[in-house]
Design a protein around this ligand. Structure first.
Ligand SMILES: NC(=O)C1=CN([C@@H]2O[C@H](COP(=O)(O)OP(=O)(O)OC[C@H]3O[C@@H](n4cnc5c(N)ncnc54)[C@H](OP(=O)(O)O)[C@@H]3O)[C@@H](O)[C@H]2O)C=CC1
Ligand SMILES: O=C(O)[C@@H]1CCC=N1
Length: 265
């Protein structure tokens, strides 16, 4: 059983995962180490979750048997070069950067390294995350279950074919931003009609949360669930017609296409 969990790069996504594993009780904060280019974010995370601030990136590699590379994709080559000789023989490295592949990074380590490609999202911080994972051939069955357990402690996990990882990044990793935009837009409309903004956020967010839960728990087609809200001659179908007229569905597909194009750069 691997026990020390490290984060190299402690920005938004690392903070969310640290929040997820500590709040869920998956691990004690004393088993979590993080390093970052600047100190400010480390101090903030330590104040929130009482984890260890590591002296530098090498120190995370030396102390941990699960190491998250939570820097931006462009930093992967230099960070891997910096830590590759410090990692434990049996360490598992988790690549969370969008667009980074297992094969590309196996090459950078220049040895048989256990790698997991993971695409989480920020809702892991509140126990409602979605993480898609693929593992390389050096990760054992037992370790695979351990990694699944780690990500399950703060949300749902899907093991997917690595060749669908980019679309999982768009639809799972980026999509919370689309959801927040939608909630903000609904709240703007509510404010336009005189509702206090805070009340509008609650009503809009809980309605979206409930809708998502219905899709996951009833197994019904989303189109059927939408139809059930549209009373004949009622108000909802007027809104649905207006959304379709504004190209809502097509706007979402375009957003995902833009994401995929960026990943293909
Ligand atoms: N945000 C999200 O929702 C998701 C992000 N990801 C992935 O997570 C990764 C991080 O993204 P995100 O958290 O949004 O980005 P952030 O910019 O918030 O975090 C990246 C962190 O890495 C630090 N950093 C940069 N270079 C180094 C280095 N050489 N050594 C140590 N630390 C360094 C930065 O420090 P400083 O700012 O102090 O310079 C920063 O705090 C990306 O690869 C992204 O693709 C994946 C899924 C979802
Ligand atoms: O914006 C990004 O590049 C990352 C990947 C998925 C979510 N955030």
């Amino acid at each position: 059983m691997k026990s020390k969990i490290g984060f190299i790069g402690c920005g938004n996504m690392a903070k969310a995962i640290i929040g997820g594993i500590v709040t869920s009780g998956y691990t004690n904060p004393e088993n979590v180490y993080a390093s970052n280019r600047s100190m400010e974010k480390l101090i903030d995370v330590q104040q929130h979750y009482e984890i260890h601030i590591a002296e530098n990136n090498k120190s995370v590699a030396q102390n941990c048997d699960i190491v998250f590379l939570s820097v931006t994709p462009d930093m992967y080559p230099s960070v891997i070069d910096e830590i590759k000789d410090d990692l434990w023989e049996d360490a598992i490295v988790i690549l969370i950067a969008a667009g980074q592949t297992l094969a590309q990074n196996e090459e950078r380590f220049q040895r048989k390294i256990k790698l997991v490609k993971a695409m989480p999202n920020t809702p892991v911080e509140v126990g409602e995350g979605m993480t898609s994972i693929s593992l390389n051939q050096f990760v054992t069955e037992e370790e695979k279950e351990e990694i699944r357990g780690l990500f399950s402690s703060f949300g749902r996990v899907e093991i997917i074919d690595e060749n669908t990882m980019d679309i999982a990044s768009a639809v799972g990793g980026s999509s919370p931003a689309f959801g927040f935009l939608y909630i903000e837009a609904l709240a703007d409309a509510a404010v336009l009609y005189g509702m206090p903004r805070e009340k509008a956020y609650t009503i809009a967010a809980q309605s979206l949360l409930g809708s998502a839960k219905m899709v996951l728990e009833t197994g019904e087609h989303p189109g059927k669930l939408k139809d059930d809200v549209c009373s004949p001659g009622g108000t909802t179908i007027q809104s649905v017609a207006a959304l379709e007229n504004s190209g809502f569905r097509s706007a979402v597909i375009k957003a995902v296409r833009a994401n995929m194009e960026k990943l293909g750069d």
